[in-house]
Design a protein. Structure first.
Length: 88
């Protein structure tokens, strides 16, 4: 099953055009927390910092995404700037 087929159509365009055999080698050696963090940060960047949209793409609540962002910021990790225009 393709990862893109599990997302709503607009969000499917956010996925890179890499085959699973190209993605897996990039993940080997990384912890689940590191993979999750990178996925969250890359999704935020692809959503132009829109937390509401990124949360929807990731299948998270906006609150959970905000908590993750707060955690990353506390660790000194750069997070794409917020651009929800008042939402989320």
């Amino acid at each position: 099953m393709s990862y893109a087929s599990t997302l709503p159509a607009p969000e499917a365009m956010l996925l890179p055009s890499l085959a699973p055999n190209e993605i897996v080698p990039l993940l080997i050696g990384a912890t689940v927390d590191e993979v999750e963090r990178e996925l969250v940060l890359q999704t935020l960047a692809r959503c132009d910092g829109n937390r509401t949209r990124a949360a929807r793409v990731l299948g998270l609540s906006v609150r959970t995404l905000r908590n993750k962002i707060r955690e990353y910021s506390a660790e000194g990790i750069d997070v794409p700037p917020h651009s929800d225009n008042g939402a989320g």
